[in-house]
Design a protein around this ligand. Structure first.
Ligand code: AMP
Ligand code: ZN
Ligand code: FE
Ligand code: FE
Length: 281
């Protein structure tokens, strides 16, 4: 069986461009061994993906999530794997997170208006690729691009939407430790996403104490040096090293982060993660 399982992908359930089923089909057609569905603050794409994965033999589809949290004023993402995506308490917690996300989106749009741009929440919402999907900064970037305010999505983040940039906004968010607990309570396995994007390595031993099981060592936005560094930290803190592309599909002609399957975990790693999930606890 193919060994490469992409542990970080987005679908139309959040800010990905492809439906959950299409991501599964693309991965299977590439000969990959599986993928984890890890949309921002939602599991609404998981059922569709699981259904589609049934059509392929020896293809693993892992129900997952990527939860947005805040630590020291910075967005920190916590991945959760083998989660019970039908757990009522979990779903209601996610609903709360999405309320916070929507407030944050409104703040960003207001900031853009203050900068003199004509942009509305309705225009941003119209960029959702699925009615049940939630809204993220890439949707805002698409509107800015369509209006000719910026000429690439990268420029949208560099000038307006990235951390500390002109229209950036944060709202109160849960801490990474709280996300770990939410994931754990839903039977899942918490992994710190793309640590190379934070410059807060001290979080790693702290979150290990809170139940963190893994570290996303291999990620499209990590350099080879960063991957070596985090592989070393994963070893030091006894965290399972994972890998994922953070695939979002092709938006306005560009693949953000990385191509599907360009980072992955092997089956042994996935089995190790699975052994930390509720079914095996
Ligand atoms: P949000 O969940 O609304 O905070 O948006 C997060 C998403 O925006 C990430 O998953 C990335 O796809 C994208 N993103 C964040 N920062 C950047 C950046 N500096 N350059 C490109 N994309 C980014
Ligand atoms: Zn995203
Ligand atoms: Fe992320
Ligand atoms: Fe992501």
């Amino acid at each position: 069986m193919a060994a490469n399982i992409d542990m970080h992908t987005h679908s139309t359930a959040s800010d990905g461009v492809n439906s959950p089923a299409l991501n599964i089909r693309l991965a299977a057609e590439k000969g990959m061994g599986g993928l984890a569905v890890t949309d921002h603050d939602t599991v609404s794409g998981v059922s569709e993906a699981l259904c589609e994965a049934d059509n392929y033999s020896n293809f693993i589809c892992i129900p997952g999530i990527e939860i947005s949290t805040l630590a020291n004023g910075q967005d920190i993402h916590v991945l959760g794997y083998f989660i019970d995506h039908e757990n009522a308490e979990f779903l209601s917690k996610l609903e709360q997170l999405r309320t916070v996300r929507n407030k944050r989106n409104e703040k960003i749009v207001k900031n853009l208006q203050k900068l003199g741009f004509s942009i509305t929440m309705e225009e941003v919402a119209a960029k959702k690729k699925s009615s049940s999907g939630n809204i993220g900064r890439p949707h805002i970037a698409e509107v800015l691009m369509e209006k000719g305010i910026i000429s690439s999505l990268r420029e949208a983040f560099e000038k307006y939407l990235g951390k500390g940039k002109a229209a950036y906004a944060v709202t109160e968010r849960i801490s990474p430790a709280e996300a770990i607990k939410i994931i754990f309570d839903a039977g899942g396995v918490p992994v710190l996403a793309h640590p190379g994007l934070y410059d807060q390595d001290e979080l790693i031993p702290m979150l290990k104490e809170q139940g963190l099981a893994g570290l996303e060592v291999y990620h499209s936005d990590h350099s080879a040096e960063q991957e070596a560094h985090y592989r070393h930290l994963a070893e030091r803190y006894q965290l399972i090293p994972t890998g994922g592309s953070d695939y979002h599909g092709i938006r306005n002609g560009t693949v953000f982060h990385g191509e599907l399957g360009n980072r992955y975990s092997d089956l042994k790693t996935v089995e190790r993660l699975k052994s930390f999930s509720k079914k095996y606890r």
